[in-house]
Design a protein around this ligand. Structure first.
Ligand code: PMP
Length: 403
């Protein structure tokens, strides 16, 4: 294997107690391992500082409320949102998209259209299908280019003034392809549609600035950003959030409740019914601090070098077929002729290499690629050249076993 590029080593594996020596964890696109500062923040939040938010008159609860709102401000700063009020805490990207589909989607009329793409994760397909069945809207699907990017030229030709929303992955969880989000916004706005970006795979590896991207909604999950599970964020333009009706009812989202009539709190509280994931928000705050201290440019450069090495080495093995563009962000999907991806995953596991094998919640994309599943290696800040080398050794063993 030839090592290309200058994989500026981040050498951060010591920050991750869950990664033992000699284990190549290459499944960060599914979920990232957690650094010590995040684990410490979670322990402290459930430990010596634990209390509820919003309702308490005692000091501990007031402090926790401040910490919860500080986490919201941290997410706003991370995305360059105009204000913390534009950030709604959710369970993750799936919940964020369901929130938009149910709340903003209730404002749509029969015959309105939504544009998705062929590479979307099921969480950016199924909520829109549920809305279609409820509200009589139509869904269109933008095709992909040969190298696995959303074909924005074709999408522009397909868009009409009936389109109210374009909802696209900022980075594909299978192909790693990076969307030209700024151009997608211009195209969507050209027909009066809004742009929703699914940023799950983008926020851990690209600097995201919602103002510069000019999108209308941005969603992500904390657990792929080195934070806890069960917490994520929805950002939307304030005038859009203001016009959106509640989607779940309960405590904390109200202004005044009587049996005759209830009035609702302004955003973001309007969309956060019930006791929130207090600890999750504090863990997410720590995760954002961690990632930004490393720097997203450094992370991107590091992962790009690892992707380059992995792609070059895999391409030199005859039976390997690579998917996605050369410049994919942190993610390499591949198949080996005559070997089911699950067998690849099992043999690699014996070599202490953890990859993902399956449809990656993107069955329409698998249909497009003409495969039932792919093997996927995805990188994080803790990976290095040794992990790529372990992957390639494992793949060579797979090809020997199945030769
Ligand atoms: N979109 C993309 C691109 C993803 O990679 C994922 C997670 N695999 C999701 C959405 C859904 O995220 P979650 O399950 O955390 O809600």
């Amino acid at each position: 294997m030839t090592i290309v590029a200058d994989a500026r080593p981040l050498d951060l594996v010591a920050d991750f107690p869950a990664i033992p020596e000699g284990w190549a964890y290459l499944d960060t696109a599914a979920t990232a391992q957690k650094p010590k500062p995040v684990l410490d923040a979670i322990a402290a939040a459930y430990g010596e500082t634990y209390a509820t938010v919003h309702r308490g008159v005692y000091q501990r609860s007031a402090d926790m409320t401040l910490a919860y709102e500080a986490a919201r401000r941290r997410v706003a700063r991370f995305l360059n949102a105009g204000s913390a009020d534009e950030i709604v805490f959710v369970r993750g990207a799936t919940e964020a998209i369901n929130l938009v589909a149910q709340s903003w989607g209730s404002l749509l009329k029969p015959g309105d259209r939504i544009m998705l793409s062929r590479l979307e994760h099921h969480s950016n397909i199924v909520p829109w299908q549920l809305l279609r069945d409820r509200a009589g809207i139509e869904i269109d699907v933008a095709p992909l280019t040969e190298d696995g990017r959303i074909d924005l030229d074709r999408m522009a030709e397909m868009l009409t003034p009936r389109h109210r929303l374009v909802a696209l992955a900022h980075v594909s969880n299978v192909l790693g392809s990076i969307l030209d989000a700024r151009r997608a916004a211009t195209i969507a706005h050209g027909v009066g549609a809004k742009l929703l970006l699914d940023g799950c795979q983008a926020v851990p590896r690209l600097k995201v600035d919602v103002a510069a991207l000019d999108c209308d909604f941005y969603v992500f999950s904390g657990h792929k950003l080195y934070g806890p599970t069960g917490i994520g964020a929805l950002w939307a333009r304030p005038e859009i959030l203001d016009a959106m009706p509640p989607w779940q009812g309960g405590g904390a989202m109200i202004d005044r409740v009587t049996f005759e009539r209830t009035t609702y709190a302004p955003p973001p509280a309007r969309f956060e019914a019930g006791t929130p994931h207090i600890v999750g928000s504090l863990g997410l705050h720590a995760a954002i601090d961690y990632v930004e201290a490393i720097g997203l440019d450094a992370i991107h450069t590091h992962e790009a070098a690892l992707v380059g090495m992995a792609r070059e080495a895999l391409a030199s093995i005859n039976s390997v077929k690579l998917f996605g563009p050369e410049d994919s962000a942190g993610i390499v999907s591949f198949a080996i002729e005559g070997v089911h991806p699950h067998d690849i995953g099992t043999i690699l596991d014996e070599e202490r290499v953890a990859i993902r094998a399956g449809h990656h919640c993107a069955q329409p994309l698998m249909d497009h690629l003409g495969v039932p599943a792919t093997a996927r290696a995805s990188f994080g800040v803790y990976n290095g050249e040794q992990d790529v080398a372990a992957l390639i050794r494992g793949i060579e063993r797979v090809t020997r076993i199945f030769a």
